[in-house]
Design a protein around this ligand. Structure first.
Ligand code: DGY
Length: 326
């Protein structure tokens, strides 16, 4: 097996330049960036693969890993890695690489954009004008951000950027996070326990990775604890919220609205219950979808792959403690 020509598999839209760079040194095989691409990879190719570059839409579990016996690394073009079974990868001796740090500004822009959009009804008012309602009545009054409280769940790199934006708008910022926090977090926001955060936040924004600990962390109980009329913003992963419970809270008017870049089902079908709600603003999972972030993510993922192909330590590997947390 080891005498066969090693190759690098790319199942992600990384662009011609990145492909050409990789092809200077390695045989590169492109597969479609669809969820079944790895599971249906021809065995001859799978045997020769040393590194796979992929996106979060590809599920890499123990069965997929077993098909790639010579694999040394997976390079996810994402900061998240919940599409990969980390324990199975560790057992198979496969390093998991990701792209932290280069998408923080873009995701924070979108999260805070959703705060502003919900507070001022920007999307709602657009519909109001387009549907001719403005001809018949005045638009409803909305909410000013200054003096309101933004609660942040998960004060990591992205949470800190969201807090900075909120502080600039005159908001008070609270956060809850189980981890040790850098001093920077304390300088812009006050740390509170989760219950206090839920009860005091006018806007609650979630910035945690999806792990067994965070899955469904916002369920019926947490939604009931939230301030009546509060807004929920999620740019992390859909599964951190109990979606049916959120739909109930929004339909009953217990929450004033939600801004969601992520959902249980992606792509979200047009007949989904969330889309029947006027107080929900949805986005097609585009937190990191700016030219700046995507170029930087691809550059980092390609460099991770190049280093792994050369048998050197990649730039960013998923931290060892993440394996036990998944
Ligand atoms: C990430 O990087 O995890 C994003 O959700 C994918 O764009």
């Amino acid at each position: 097996m080891m005498d066969e020509q090693p190759c690098l598999i790319v199942c992600a839209p990384i662009g011609r330049r990145a492909l050409a760079l990789l092809r200077q040194d390695w045989e590169v095989v492109e597969l479609p960036a669809d969820p079944q691409a790895l599971a249906s990879c021809p065995p001859e190719l799978a045997r020769r693969a040393r590194v796979i570059i992929c996106t979060i839409t590809l599920r890499v579990d123990a069965a997929v890993l077993a098909m790639f016996p010579g694999l040394s690394a997976i390079s996810n073009v994402a900061v998240g890695y919940d599409n990969i079974d980390l324990a199975a990868a560790a057992r198979a001796g496969v390093a998991v690489c990701h792209t932290p740090g280069v998408l923080d500004q873009s995701v924070a822009d979108l999260a805070f954009g959703l705060v502003l959009c919900l507070a001022r009804g920007i999307v709602r008012h657009d519909r109001f004008v387009r549907s001719g309602q403005w001809l018949r009545q005045a638009a409803p009054l909305m909410t000013e951000l200054a003096g309101k409280t933004l609660g942040i769940i998960g004060m990591g790199r992205i949470g800190i950027q969201v807090a900075r934006r909120a502080a600039t708008f005159g908001m008070d910022v609270l956060y809850a996070d189980a981890r040790e926090m850098p001093a920077e977090a304390g300088a812009i926001a006050a740390r509170v326990d989760m219950d206090t955060l839920l009860q005091q936040a006018d806007f609650l924004s979630i910035h945690v990775p999806l792990t067994p600990q965070t899955k469904m962390m916002i369920g019926p109980r947490e939604l009931r604890r939230m301030k009546p009329g509060a807004y929920l913003i999620n740019t992390s992963r859909g599964e951190v919220i109990d979606e049916p419970a959120l739909i109930a809270a929004l339909s009953e008017g217990r929450l004033a609205g939600a801004g969601l870049d992520v959902a249980w089902q992606e792509p979200l079908p047009p007949d989904h219950a969330l889309l029947a709600l006027d107080n929900v603003v949805v986005q097609p999972h585009v937190g990191s979808a700016t030219r700046e972030s995507r170029h930087a993510m691809i550059a980092m993922a390609v460099e991770n792959a190049r280093l792994a192909m050369a048998g050197r330590p990649p730039l960013a590997m998923v931290p060892a403690q993440a394996v036990s947390q998944q």
